[in-house]
Structure formats: structure tokens, C-alpha cells
Design a protein around this ligand. Sequence first.
Ligand code: AMP
Length: 225
Amino acid sequence: MALNLIMLGPPGAGKGTQEERFAKAKGIPKISTGDILREAVHAGTELGKRAGAIMERGELVSDDIMIGIVRERLDRADARAGFILDGFPRTVPQAKALDGIMTGRDPLIVVNIDVAHDELVRRLTTRLICQECGSNAAVEDAAAGLGSRCKKCGGAMVPRADDNAAVVIERLKTYVRDTKPLVDFYGARPTYRSVNGAQAPNTVTADLEAAVAALSKATASGAPA
Ligand code: AMP
């Protein structure tokens, strides 16, 4: 059975790090809509020009654009054997569209990483990403400061353009208004679990692995998790 996984959680919950670990361990692609948009901004494409200004304000790119991007990406051969979606769905209309895209595929498994608001602000205003490859080192190596180099490619570690305090507050507001309702949307399904994201990253990984294993098993046997 293909592992079709969504990780929900506010910005700063550690989704990116956890998803990268999962994608590596399971050999399936991590599909990050934020990364796709940042690449488009970097490349200066039409999409990048439209999305860049919206992202800098901490707002959301339109559902139509995002659903189109994800539909096309999930249609590619590598995603047929499973995938981890990062940053999508971000709204209830996106989640409904994803249910449609999933018709005829193995069920979605949804895990939520839960972290309190104050901790998120602290994490988001101190995290760094690589200017070259976009890798996020803050969780792996909290001591690495500005001016340090990326472990993957040697690029300079810099704050993300949308991680200054004002934008962080705006992104968290956007999350509470548009994305948190997904916890209710998926929460009632037998394919949903929430884990405590305020723990050490390795403990969160272990909890997520246990949740995904239990949900996969239950999904495969048709029994509730
Ligand atoms: P992320 O890296 O997931 O935090 O995404 C960075 C920014 O890209 C967000 O603050 C949004 O502006 C935009 N974005 C990413 N994914 C989506 C989505 N599914 N729907 C709307 N906007 C998105």
C-alpha cells in the first residue's frame, strides 16, 4: 500500500524536518508547496512574481493556483508510490479538492504536530535556512548562527524572507484563521492522529512513526486505528 501522508501543524512546528526524515526513511517524495513557490520566486517565473509578494506579507496564494500545482505534481510517476505533502492543504477548499484528487488512490493518512503559540514565535524568529538550497538547519543545529554554512551544500545560512517578527505574527494569524480548521476537517476521520510537537525532535519523530504505523496498519486492515 502507498503511504500518502499529510503533516498538519502551524508554521514552526517542525514539519519540514520531520517530513524530510520520513521521506528519506520511506523512499517517497516530500512535496512542499512552500518550496515549489520559493523555487518559482527564485527563478523569476510568472508564478513566482505573483506568489512572491503574497508570501512576503504572510498571506496565502489562491486556492486555484495551489490546487493546480498539487494536482499536477501528484500525477507524476514518483508520487504514485506514495508521498508526503508539506504545506498543503492549507485551507478547507484545498482539503476538499485533495479528496477529489485522491479518488482511486490509497487513503490519506493525516498527522498533526501540535505546538503552543509562544513557542512557535520563538522558533520562527530564530530559524535560519540556506540561501542556496533552502535547507532548514535550525532544528538540527540550534547553535548554528547567522553567517554559518549549510551542512548540505556549504551555502550561507540566512533568515527566511518571511520570518521577521511582523510577518511571523501574520503567518500565525493566517494559520489560525485558514489552516487550523483542517484539524476539525480531518480530526473526525479514523486516519487522523495528533502528536505533541513541543518535545525534542527525535521524540517527535518517534511519536510520528508510531502514529503513522498504527494508522497504516488500521487502514490496510480496514479497522479503525
Ligand atoms: P511554507 O514554506 O509552507 O511555510 O510556505 C511559505 C508561504 O508559501 C506561505 O506563507 C504561503 O504564502 C505560501 N504557501 C505555501 N503553501 C501554500 C498553500 N497550500 N496555499 C496557499 N499558500 C501557500
